[in-house]
Design a binder for this molecule. Structure first.
Ligand code: DGL
Length: 259
């Protein structure tokens, strides 16, 4: 199975993107709802939780892992790669590759949680690919709670977005990376506020493309993943809010199993 973990159910944007591209490969998802959010926690805590999440997924038969949570990917992916001997995908590198290819002016904006922006993970990854690119980052701590409340089309959400995006607009970015699981749900509000000419990169879609490419080149692994049963979505706390976010992301009822 394809193992996917996140701090909660926002990472289902990744699960959904993977399901669309690889419908024959079953997934096992773990959302750490009992300990969410990760975006405001220290790197040590995020790493400790991430190790436990990996162990859970591997013990349930995952053969490869996607770190869907940008906060976990930005602080823990290198360490997890050293600790576990399975292919690990994370949301940052594929989005960065796409952003570097997409920008015309070389001015790239990144939005994410405080934890993600503080690590400078996107900046480092972009600099590693092309040191001529300029990166402008903005932490947007209020967006996750707004999405979790379902405030996807409220005046207040639009106002807060305008406030967060304004500095990036001033910097005239031509490409904007959505560096958080929850932001794809705000894409329609973000586009007009950052500008219709700005290319928006959705890290959930990009990691799904990267995984598909990898599995197309590793047929044996893909075939072994394909014969393994149904998608399962585990969470460390089952809540009504989580159920409604999951439904919004998948466009259908999702059964959340208690882990
Ligand atoms: N999953 C987190 C991320 O992508 C957002 C929610 C949280 O802070 O835990 O950064």
């Amino acid at each position: 199975m394809i193992g996917i973990f996140d701090s909660g159910v926002g990472g289902m944007t990744v699960a959904r993107a993977v399901e669309k591209l690889l419908p024959s490969c079953p997934q096992i998802y773990f959302g750490d709802l009992a300990r969410t959010p990760y975006g405001s926690k220290s790197p040590e805590t995020i790493l400790r939780y991430s190790v436990q999440n990996m162990e859970f997924l591997l013990s349930r038969g995952a053969k490869l892992i996607i770190i869907a949570c940008n906060s976990a990917a930005s602080v823990a992916s290198d360490e997890l790669g050293k600790l576990f001997d399975v292919p690990i995908f994370e949301v940052i590198s594929p989005a960065v590759r796409r952003a570097v290819a997409a920008t015309g002016t070389g001015r790239i904006g990144v939005i994410g949680t405080r934890a993600t922006i503080k690590t400078g993970a996107y900046d480092k990854e972009i600099a590693g690919l092309d040191s001529d690119k300029r990166v402008f980052s903005q932490a947007c701590p209020l967006l996750v709670p707004l999405v979790e409340e379902g405030w996807l089309n409220k005046r207040e959400t639009k106002m807060i977005l305008r406030r967060y995006l304004y500095p990036l607009k001033l910097k005239q970015v031509d490409t904007l990376v959505l560096g958080c699981t929850h932001y794809p749900l705000l894409k329609k509000l973000i586009q007009p506020r950052i500008g219709s000419r700005v290319t928006i990169i959705d890290s959930s879609e990009e990691v799904a493309f990267a995984l598909k490419k990898f599995l197309d080149a590793n047929r044996q692994l893909k075939n072994s993943l394909s014969s393994e049963g149904e998608n399962k979505y585990y969470v460390s706390d089952v809540t009504e809010t989580a159920k409604s976010i999951a439904k919004r992301i998948f466009g259908r009822e999702i059964e959340l199993l208690s882990a």
